[in-house]
Write a protein that binds this ligand. Structure first.
Ligand code: ACM
Length: 276
């Protein structure tokens, strides 16, 4: 029987203190027994940038930067997998709000946030890499980042590609996002692991309070484990992958077989430009 033990880390990174934040995140991770540990969005840097120059100075190479090095080392030493959010420095001075998937033998994948939120548009390029599902031990894992929650097509696409687990590093600000992710789990019959930030970041670029309440949602939509709003904690749970692979709702009702994609064309049609 295929199982994966998954943990999230919830914490409060200090803006711009990459090395300290990585150390703190890995220290929290060390308190849990899990095969995959997920840290929040932009864990290494913090969230509220005040200029493109500030972001450029903190953005990291996805293979050789501080986050890649720290997670590669931890994953190798602990013989387990990590996912964490970081600011990705790419060619041509572009910066993406990204998450890396790290195995015990090195970096496996990078996901670039598709749906940027608010002032992120000023700092980051929107993601340009197709959604993908990755083997993590016996599981198939897809990555999303924070505000991607508001676009159910992204979770659906990953579920249709075979994801058992959606890893969701976040810096959530809407109080209803956690409940929405229960629906994403229910409607796709997948595990959804949201690793969220806590605390408030006060910076020249703005003041942003984060909602904590990181959670693991089961394919039934039930919350298996959830952190409190303000605690810094890592929590783990066992995920029975068979539950995510069984898309039969009853003997006669099947989540995948009953889909009618020929009627869903509006979802993938090229959108007309709309006023903001
Ligand atoms: C968010 O996407 N960080 C709200």
């Amino acid at each position: 029987m295929a199982h994966l033990r998954i943990a999230f880390v919830q914490g409060r990174p200090d803006f711009g203190r990459t090395e300290d934040n990585l150390e703190r995140g890995l220290a929290l991770a060390a308190t849990v027994d899990a095969q995959l540990v997920i840290l929040p969005e932009l864990w290494s840097t913090g969230y509220v940038f005040s200029s493109a120059r500030e972001l450029a100075a903190l953005a990291e190479d996805p293979r050789t930067g501080a986050t890649a090095q720290a997670l590669t080392w931890a994953a190798k030493r602990e013989k387990r997998w990590y996912i964490a959010g970081f600011a990705e420095a790419a060619r041509g001075g572009r910066v993406y709000n990204s998450a890396m998937l790290v195995s015990p033998t090195g970096i496996r994948a990078v996901y670039r946030k598709l749906h940027l939120f608010e002032r992120e548009h000023e700092w980051f390029e929107p993601g340009d890499i197709p959604l993908a599902v990755h083997k993590v031990g016996p599981a198939k894992v897809g990555m999303l980042i924070c505000f991607d929650w508001r676009f159910p097509e992204a979770t659906r696409a990953l579920a249709l590609m075979g994801a058992d687990v959606i890893a969701h590093p976040s810096n959530l600000v809407y109080p209803n996002a956690q409940d929405a992710m229960r629906v994403r789990g229910l409607e796709n019959r997948v595990y959804v692991v949201t690793a969220n930030r806590t605390g408030t970041e006060k910076r020249p670029g703005g003041t942003v309070p984060f909602t904590g309440r990181s959670q693991v949602v089961a394919p039934s939509g039930e919350v298996i484990v959830r952190a409190k709003k303000s605690e810094e904690v890592a929590l783990a749970t066992d995920c029975d992958l068979a539950l995510a692979r069984d898309k039969a709702l009853t003997k006669l009702s099947h989540l995948w077989n009953q889909r009618r994609p020929e009627f869903y064309g509006a979802i993938t049609a090229r959108p007309r430009a709309r006023r903001a």
